[in-house]
Design a binder for this molecule. Sequence first.
Ligand code: TYD
Ligand code: MG
Length: 454
Amino acid sequence: MAKSKTVFVCSECGYESSKWLGKCPACNSWNSFYEQKVVETKSKGISQSDGKVAIPQSLNSYEAKETIRTHTGFNELDRVLGGGLVKGSLVLLGGEPGIGKSTLILQICDKIKGDGKVLYVSGEESAEQIKLRADRLGINNEDILFLGETNIELVNQAILNVNPKLVIIDSIQTMYSEEITAAAGSVSQVREITSQVMRVCKSKGITTIIIGHVTKEGNIAGPRVLEHMVDTVLYLEGERYFSYRILRGVKNRFGSTNEIGMFEMQDKGMCEIDNPSDILISEREDNPSGSCIVATMEGTRPLLVELQALTTQTIFGYPRRTANGIDYNRLTLLIAVLEKKAGLMLNSQDVYLNVVGGLKVNEPAADLGIMMVTASSFKNIPIPKDMIILGEVGLTGEVRRINMIEKRVKEAEKLGFKTCLIPESNKKDLKDNYKLDIIGIKDVNEAMKKIGLK
Ligand code: TYD
Ligand code: MG
């Protein structure tokens, strides 16, 4: 006979305990334990279930089935997925509320190729709200079915009845299962719902996209509880008040996770950007001081972005440093190197640094660019408009080698740049003849002299 008992589970991280605890020993959150029923079966140790025996076979005796991929209608998304949406796969799309997940998905529902219906299950918005959005996006598609339901058992029933080609669950946090007493959105609910949907859809070969909101720490309802269950995890990122969105692959069983897709949120929904570098640097003014272009890598894709700096006289005693889009500590470190090694007196200057377009640049390859743009604003001398600056800077002011130099230089060449400052040690990595001037740089002072800042 199966015996039923209860355990206490942390709703933040899924830690289990036999008694209630005020503070979770695993994730340190307070008051997060709730009671949950478990069904225990009598263990017989190593047993044969119903007389069946599992027999392992040589891997070579199996044949790999070719994955069937469907085009989503967005090339950017197809690339992130590794060439299209794999039939029968389970995709998790995460992102902050309001970033544009529902909008992007509704557009995919309309554009996706292949026969069959699309089932859009929403626990967040009513049919009227979705219709309003569809009208705004110019979507009028008979094949999109809507279900406003939060009970996952009913949703699964509907999936079996309709047998669609694609199911959307918007969002996982609003769904609940009757089998679990915990509140909707808790770790155990989210886990249970995902495994239920997965069972139904995998058995029928139905492709599923689950939308999940991320918490302020950047996790989808507790640390990574879902990521190991699904085939693909995508995050939609971007600053809410900027129109650019980056779709990033975090996990992909059917492709690489290095790819990103760029979109722009417009008044008619999400539009893909084929050549992001072109757009990101298009609004640059003619030769202002305190502006320069660096090439960062987003996965395997080079992206040219504009850095801007402003230095002003400090009014109060303590100089301010503001970093928007780059790491604050990195900025203070690079300013310290500029002071000590290049002799710039920035200790009575406020320094503001911004990455244009709301992007984040976390790569050390942008170090030299950050320093030069700061020096350019301080000295009020512009950096040539057709110059691109690459290089990591060490604490002694030396310019260090960066990775994937060839891709970065090629992107700069493609967009018509004329000069490229790169680390001297990277020069040997470049074999081809480029149309732009490549100047090898050994340290910060040399870079300043070449630009005319010294
Ligand atoms: P939404 O897709 O609802 O975000 P999420 O599902 O991630 O919470 O997007 C909401 C925002 O997008 C909202 O602030 C309005 C804006 N938006 C546009 O700018 N253009 C559009 O065409 C649509 C439909 C929404
Ligand atoms: Mg939404």
